[in-house]
Every structure is written in structure tokens, then in C-alpha cells.
Design a protein around this ligand. Sequence first.
Ligand code: 13P
Length: 255
Amino acid sequence: MAQAKIKQPRPIIIGNWKMNGLKASVKEVRALDKAAKAAGRVGADMMICPPATLISTLAAAAKGSKIAIGSQDCHMNASGAHTGDISAEMVRDLGGKAAIVGHSERRTDHGESDAMVLAKAKAAHLAGLTAIICVGETEAERDAGATLRVIGKQIKGSVPDGATSKNTIVAYEPVWAIGTGRTPTLAEVAEVHTFIRKKLVARFGDDGAKIRILYGGSMKPGNAAELLAIAHVNGGLVGGASLKAKDFFGIISAC
Ligand code: 13P
């Protein structure tokens, strides 16, 4: 297989703080930087996506470190009459390097469709941000045997033309594994990641083999090593266990 010749992409571990964190949480970024520097060589790229209120503060604290800062969402337009929203351009202006788009909590809480996620990913690209595009099936969809069909539809509908290994990361987050302490079996994770890889290679050729595919959903220091060892798992998107530098670095150290 041509794919086997291509080097596995360097992993990235991304913390999604969700609606958690106050100004004092900057200490976690400092602690993470300290831990990474003390460890010397770190086997993964590191990113934290705090609430929008903290992007600027954390970007300043992370200056001179290997920790990148991103946002948890961005609007599909660069500016305009959209009360309460933030644009990709604004994220970039604050020192952000990436935007998560299409997280299942936004797909559910804010009714975001594949078409909206696609538009947001395009907006992120236009502003020079990496789009971290999330996909994942619900428990009912998995029970109905529809997992790959759902993921295939989301990938097709949410990943824009022009996606490259530099401007795009895909995150597979089974909705039922988020914040529940439950994870799919390693074989189930392998099946979905291999499926996503095939879709990306079919659409983007050799560069599709370099787009990082992250697993997300109840990843912790205790299960990170086995999840990260699976073929085509190129890192993690971490919620709860990213809030404390000690746990988060425990996951990073598993790479
Ligand atoms: P948990 O790690 O808390 O399950 O959250 C995963 C997630 O939704 C990251 O985006």
C-alpha cells in the first residue's frame, strides 16, 4: 500500500477546556510548560483551546513555550452583526493558531449542521488558522450499526476542499464517550480511524495520509498509551483531563 511508505504524522495532544477556566487558570499553562521543559524531549505537539475569554491571556503566557493556543469555535464570517460570536480573524488577532469546529456539543447545543461546520472550517482556513474538525456518532447510531455511514457523511460534509495536513486536523469523538468515562474498544477506534484515513487519502491523495486524526472521548493518562498506539490515531482531543497540567502532561508523555 502506498500509504505505508508515508511517515506517520507527529502526534498532537489538544486540550479542550470547554466552559471552564478563569484568569487564575493561567497557572496550568505555566505548569505545563515547566513540565515539558523539565522532560526535555516531548513526543507530541501541544495545544490548549480555552474559552474565548482566555485566549489572549493564555497566548501571552505561552509565548516562548511549545504550547499553542486555539479557540473552541469560530463564526463562518470574518465580521458583522452576529451578537456574541467570535470570528476566526479575531482568534488569530489574539494569538490563536487553530479553531475547533463542529464539536458535538456545538452540533447539539447550537444546532450546527455539516454545512455550517464546513463554512466555519473554511473561515478558519481563510484566517490562517488550523481547523480542528470534529466528527462522531451517537450511541443510538452506533447501536444501529450506522457508525461508519454517519462518520462518512460528516467527513464529506464538514471537511472543505483545500484541506491540507498543515491547515486541518480531524478529531473522532464518539458522542457517547465524551465525559462519560466510557471509551470504544481499541478495535472500534482502529476501525473508525482507518475508515477516516481512507476517506482523506481518497480525497486529498498523499497529503490526506498526513492529516492528523485525533481520538477524543474520556482520554486520560491511564488509557492514553493504548489509544495512541492504534494505527492512524495521531493524537488526542482531551476534555476533562486537560484542565490540570499534571493529567494533561500525563497524556502528552504517553506519545
Ligand atoms: P472528555 O475528555 O472530557 O471526555 O471530553 C472529550 C471532548 O469532548 C474533547 O473535545
